[in-house]
Write a protein of this length. Sequence first.
Length: 222
Amino acid sequence: MSQQGGRCNRLLFFCCSPSYRLHMSDPAPKDIDNLIELLAKLPGLGPRSARRAVLHMIRKRALLLTPLADQMQRVAETARECLNCGNVGTADICNICADEKRGNGILCVVEDVADLWAMERAAVFKGRYHVLGGTLSALDAVGPEELRIPQLLDRVTAEGIGEVILALNATVDGQTTGHYIADQLEGQVTLTSLAQGVPIGGELDYLDEGTISAALNARRQI
């Protein structure tokens, strides 16, 4: 190897070493870099996407950055978990639980607030909800007490619930959670679950075997 080639290799090794990276100056000021690091922790965002988002907001300061900062401050001060169902709102009792027009005899159980909001966007369910806050998981040591399952059992009795819809995700943990809840409520209420199968607009060739099997087993007469 030539002397010049050896110097190039040593320089490349030094530039890639942690000590060199630690001494590199960060092009972004500390406050901006801290914002980038925080945004990069959000689901679906990495450091590069967060950096682009921050730069875009800075360029659109009046249109985006200032209103976003103000709104985030308001949400930080007012957002809270509904004491009844676990939904997120700005009061101790969310707008759904406070709505007297919602059906009182039917309860839809979901894993997360995002699932509740998805159900509401569909605008087909007019009952009430219960957010578990996750699923049972032996691997992650998540038991019934770590979720809102005890509160669910109490609500069924206290509110005179006649039907519980298990709108849980079709995962192993979701199905395990559904079976556990069904065992706890057996004989007390009517238990139903969301049908699983071919989505609207879906083509069989693009579906996995489990989805096709679920769709076939959930077939109905026409």
